[in-house]
Design a protein around this ligand. Structure first.
Ligand SMILES: NC(=O)c1ccc[n+]([C@@H]2O[C@H](COP(=O)([O-])OP(=O)(O)OC[C@H]3O[C@@H](n4cnc5c(N)ncnc54)[C@H](OP(=O)(O)O)[C@@H]3O)[C@@H](O)[C@H]2O)c1
Length: 222
């Protein structure tokens, strides 16, 4: 059992989701409004710890009319539980679940940091040895009643989720920009596949412009 997972990201035409100096504001206002509408319709939103440390995102619904209960449950994939105690995603906008790995569980649960998170009602779920087992995590989230989940990066987590066949749909907003840079992260990084035969195939479901950005919606073929 797993939620229906939509990967959503903004990127440049060279596939970069951020520059090497961590600049990522490439999307048009119209495109950002679509992201917030999508968030409003999803049960949960998930990011990797790399994104939390780089951006300190809020992951709430802002650019459209919304009530506090419209904010999706926030999930951070964070094996070593490195999420800062003051990160925005630990505030009371919505429920927060930090997914850690078993090797680090004992030390973390006996740390002062854990008590700070507990006071903020942040929840924890542990799976995998040294890294989060994403399939086990998805099963846990489905059992928690999460039917739809928006994956908002970054590139390392995106690739792992794709490799584990946990992504159902990919939505990209392509800004008409080129930034280049070998150290600028792309939509999917991780270790990559060795051959084109191993590539994950997609089926284009919809395409349209929002402002200057081209929105492409793909179904992931299993
Ligand atoms: N343009 C966009 O739409 C967009 C959206 C989101 C992010 N971004 C950008 O993406 C960048 C962050 O990407 P990132 O690749 O550095 O980090 P990330 O994908 O957000 O997080 C990766 C981290 O997740 C943890 N993790 C735990 N279990 C994992 C598993 N099974 N598979 C994969 N990861 C696992 C690992 O750290 P541990 O080993 O410590 O657990 C890993 O290093 C930021 O610069 C951000 O601005 C852009």
């Amino acid at each position: 059992m797993k939620p229906y997972v939509i990967l959503n990201a903004g990127m440049t035409i060279d596939g970069k989701i951020v520059t090497a100096k961590n600049s990522s504001n490439m999307s048009s206002e119209e495109s950002l409004i679509r992201v917030h509408k999508l968030r409003k319709n999803m049960d949960a939103i998930m990011v990797g710890i790399g994104t939390v440390l780089a951006d300190n995102p809020r992951l709430n619904v802002r650019k459209v009319d919304a009530n506090p209960e419209d904010n999706p449950i926030r999930i951070v994939v964070d094996s070593k539980c490195r999420t800062p105690t003051g990160a925005y995603i630990t505030n009371n906008d919505a429920r927060t679940i930090i997914a850690g790995a078993n090797e680090f569980k004992h030390d973390f649960l006996t740390s002062d940091r854990y008590n700070v998170f507990k006071q903020k009602d942040v929840e924890f779920f542990f799976s995998g040895d040294t890294h989060v087992d994403l399939t086990v995590l998805m099963n846990y989230l489905a059992n928690e009643g999460i039917k739809t989940l928006m994956l908002e990066g970054g590139s390392t987590l995106n690739f792992s989720m794709l490799k584990e066949a946990l992504i159902d749909e990919i939505n990209v907003s392509i800004a008409p920009k080129v930034v280049g840079g070998v150290n600028a992260k792309t939509l999917f990084d991780g270790e990559g596949f060795d051959t084109m035969d191993d590539a994950v195939n997609l089926d284009l479901m919809d395409s349209f412009f929002l402002g200057k950005d081209l929105i492409l919606k793909y179904k992931v073929l299993k």
